[in-house]
Ligand binder design. Structure first.
Ligand code: PLP
Length: 394
């Protein structure tokens, strides 16, 4: 049993995919395989194992049976992609860039991109002779004017995980493909459940599995996927030589997290939308950045390209002195202030000046990013209400 049947719907895939009790004395879950060395029965067995490529288990760095189960489950969720598990989400983004770009190439990166992706471009890629240029996230088909001869890749993140612009990926991909450039999509917000990046035109998709896949704030994990065999072979080979591999405990936690991901996403997404709509009515809030709200400028695009929303969104507060805004976030008791998101717990983070090259962020627009966890939504609303009230006090 348990070769995932692609006709299964996502909840069934998440429950039954990527595990085979018959291989593990009947135990439901694939155990954590802790291993570096793999012992071969005889010398003659080594070459055929290596020749199996991704399917062979030859050395821990290229993955254990649990890694293969995790990768298989992500692949079937994405409708037949081939996946490479990585040490974290950043590795799932750096791997395709390092594997597919070379000196003299240029990469177009959305200005709304995750901060560390920008750091990768500036600190590593630039030093290797790859030029990153940032484009306005809402550029759509207008990207064609930026596709100069050296551009080999376009990086999208939709919605931006800080400022929540939804990108017209089909329009961007059409122009990029006409130019011969690859489209890499960071689909951490959408997850394989809420956005089918391949249907929109992606060639390569990266996920910070650290977020909803792991879902419990207890492991760093990433996964990068493609439906193109040659790209996959290249990603797999470079993962092995740059050492991007995921750890055994993390793979186990990633597989375990996936079992409940749909349920968690639904609960957290519903609570987030409820609170986002309520926050829109609060006098201290200038704007709510949640693409599933009809007021969001990209709501129509979101409706076209997404089938759901996760628990992460932003609010822009009315201009207020910095000390008052920090007091607002410090007043929250159920929202921890910390990087990352996608776990079972609510989080808050204050950003004064998101880094921007192509699309300046307005000054005096305090941006607060909220991640809604699995707490009772009324407790979260009460906590937000009392913290918003502190903004009224000088
Ligand atoms: C968190 C995050 C990453 C990086 O993931 P790590 O596992 O922390 O390396 C990449 N992209 C997005 C959109 C993220 O939110």
């Amino acid at each position: 049993m348990n070769k995932p049947d692609p006709s299964w719907r996502p909840a069934t895939l998440l429950s039954h995919g990527g595990r085979d009790p018959a291989k593990h004395s009947g135990l439901v879950n694939t155990p954590a395989y802790r291993g570096s060395t793999v012992i071969f029965p005889e010398h003659a067995a080594i070459a055929p194992t290596i020749a199996k490529g991704a399917a062979g288990i030859a050395y821990g760095r290229s993955g254990t049976p649990a890694t293969k189960d995790f990768e298989a489950l992500v692949g079937v969720l994405e409708g037949g992609s081939m996946a490479v598990a990585t040490a974290c989400g950043v590795a799932a983004l750096s791997l395709p860039m390092l594997a597919l770009l070379k000196a003299g190439d240029a990469v177009l990166v959305t200005d709304s991109v995750y901060g560390n992706t920008r750091d990768l471009c500036e600190t590593v890629l630039r030093g290797l002779g790859v030029e990153a240029r940032y484009y306005p996230p809402r550029i759509g088909a207008g990207i064609k004017d930026l596709l100069t001869p050296g551009v080999r890749m376009v990086v999208c993140e939709s919605p931006g995980s800080l400022t929540f612009e939804v990108q017209d990926i089909p329009a961007i991909a059409k122009a990029a493909h006409a130019h011969g450039a690859l489209v890499l999509v960071d689909n951490t917000w959408g997850t394989p459940l809420y956005m089918d990046a391949y249907a929109l035109g992606a060639d390569i998709v990266s996920h910070a599995a650290t977020k909803y896949m792991v879902g419990h704030a207890d492991a760093l994990l990433g996964v990068v996927t493609t439906k193109d065999q040659a790209l996959f072979d290249r990603l797999r080979a470079v993962a092995n030589c740059v050492g991007a591999c995921a750890g055994s405990e993390e793979i186990y936690l990633g597989l375990r997290g996936l079992r409940t991901m749909k349920t968690r996403l639904e609960a957290q997404g519903a609570a987030a939308l409820d609170l986002a709509a309520w926050l829109e009515q609060q006098p201290q809030v200038a704007q709510v950045l949640h693409p599933a709200l009809p007021s969001h400028p990209d709501h129509t695009l979101w409706q076209r390209d997404f089938s759901g929303a996760c628990g992460l969104f932003g609010i822009v507060l009315n201009p207020a002195p910095h000390s008052r805004v920090t007091r607002f976030v410090d007043s929250l008791t159920l929202f921890g202030q910390g990087f990352s998101w996608g776990g079972f717990e609510s989080l808050v983070m204050l950003y004064r000046n998101p880094t921007r090259d192509a699309t300046p962020w307005p000054k005096d627009a305090p941006l607060v990013r909220l991640h809604i966890g699995l707490e009772d939504v009324e407790d979260l609303r009460a906590d937000l209400a009392q913290a918003l009230a502190t903004l009224e006090v000088s």
